[in-house]
Write a protein that binds this ligand. Structure first.
Ligand SMILES: [Zn+2]
Length: 414
């Protein structure tokens, strides 16, 4: 019952009432009686000073912990599964360095939590768990260093961003398919529903143009008999960016093509033609960065909770090593589109551009984003809405897809 007492000692009165009631009703299992293989936290202490404050907890064995910072008020949270607290009574009230107090207890069934109260903005400089050695117990060690408010807030945002990225990229196991199965292509008409995308001065909307194009391209690809083809959306429905990515992963897609149309908002209204983009951590140029920010904003327009970027348009993202191979293939495909389009239609630029497009983030699906043209340009607008153009353009992209799958790299297993 020590953990319960510990909670009671530091908790506001209403929590005390709830805890007491819960104990009375036998609802709260005292962590002391947790599963026999639970890790036991036997002691904890603070060391150091305001320049570097160290929190140490002695554990019966090594345990996985999740350590993160919270603001308002400043806190460090340590979460672990099944830790039974058998700490000496009365600890946690001592103030030392940056830490004004700490407390611990069950946070949810099977989930234990330690909370450190911190006096001001800080950074978690280090956190690790040491294996038990000789006569030393296993140890959880957390080092805190002071920082300014701005840096603290930035670190919170970064951590939240990482959590969102992680949560938004579940890796559904792609169905196992025979080696000679047809490649699966997922076409992704951008925007939809509440998010119209960009629109021309005459009111032609991106979401309509790109859906029509995707339907045409699907028809042509199916006609070859060589592919399985799916659209992320088949009607005027909104779909969050991460769901588009997950859709391609779930289908086990060998290729993902996100289809959009751009708008150039400045006086220079002669920007026209198609542009091909791939994913990169750093944008290839300002125009690519702005475009990625615009496209990534789709979720915000539709009211989906955004990753917590302060300006909502941060387009830089991290690509891990496992994605490099996927990236290589994406670039091969992108080049193949540029090659096909170069002779047959107007290209805004022959250069491959890249930026942090969230919709291209599937780590295991080569992904390219194609901007069909500029709705801000009257000539492009005419083309984007004409059946003849759509037919020609879809032919070219279908050929680019053929070219891509003719490459050895496209057929190699990951
Ligand atoms: Zn778009």
């Amino acid at each position: 019952m020590r953990a319960v007492r510990a909670l009671v000692a530091f908790a506001p009165p209403w929590v005390v009432v709830v805890v007491v009631l819960a104990v009375a009703a036998g609802l709260l299992v005292a962590p002391v009686q947790a599963a026999p293989n639970a890790t036991i936290a036997k002691d904890a202490r603070l060391a150091g000073d305001r320049e570097r404050t160290r929190f140490i907890a002695d554990l019966s064995k090594k345990v996985d912990v999740h350590v993160f910072a919270l603001g308002n008020p400043y806190r460090v949270i340590v979460d672990a599964a099944d830790v039974s607290f058998q700490m000496p009574p009365g600890i946690g009230k001592e103030q030392r360095g940056l830490v004004t107090a700490f407390r611990y207890g069950l946070f949810a069934p099977g989930k234990s939590r330690i909370v450190l109260d911190v006096s001001g903005p800080f950074l978690i400089d280090k956190s690790f768990v040491l294996e038990a050695r000789d006569d030393q117990p296993a140890r959880l060690v957390i080092d805190l260093v002071p920082t300014d408010e701005k840096t603290f807030q930035a670190s919170l945002r970064e951590a939240r961003q990482a959590a969102v990225e992680k949560a938004s990229l579940p890796l559904p196991a792609a169905p196992v398919r025979p080696a000679d199965a047809k490649p699966i292509i997922v076409l992704d008409p951008g925007h939809g529903g509440v998010d119209p995308g960009t629109s021309s001065p005459n009111g032609v909307t991106e979401k309509v143009v790109v859906l029509k194009f995707a339907e045409e391209l699907k028809k042509k690809l199916l006609a070859t008999g060589r592919y399985e083809v799916y659209l992320t959306r088949n009607d005027d429905t909104f779909l969050p960016l991460k769901d588009r990515v997950a859709f391609a992963q779930k289908k086990g897609a060998g290729l993902f093509l996100s289809i959009h149309a751009d708008y150039f908002p400045t006086k220079i209204d002669d920007a026209r033609g198609a542009t091909v983009y791939t994913l990169s951590e750093e944008a290839s140029d300002d125009e690519a960065r702005e475009l990625a920010a615009k496209e990534n904003f789709s979720d915000a327009i539709a009211g989906v909770a955004l990753p917590d970027d302060s300006d909502g348009v941060v387009a830089n993202i991290l690509i891990d090593l496992a994605q490099r191979e996927t990236q290589n293939r994406s670039v091969v495909f992108a080049r193949s589109i540029v090659g096909e389009l170069a002779g047959k239609t107007i290209l805004h630029t022959k250069r491959l551009r890249s930026a942090g497009f969230r919709v291209l983030k599937a780590p295991d699906v080569p992904s390219v984003l194609l901007e069909l043209g500029f709705l801000s340009n009257p000539d492009d607008e005419k083309e984007l809405t004409s059946e003849r153009w759509r037919d020609r353009m879809a032919d070219s992209v279908a050929e680019a897809i053929d070219d891509y799958f003719a490459e050895r790299i496209a057929r190699m297993p990951f």
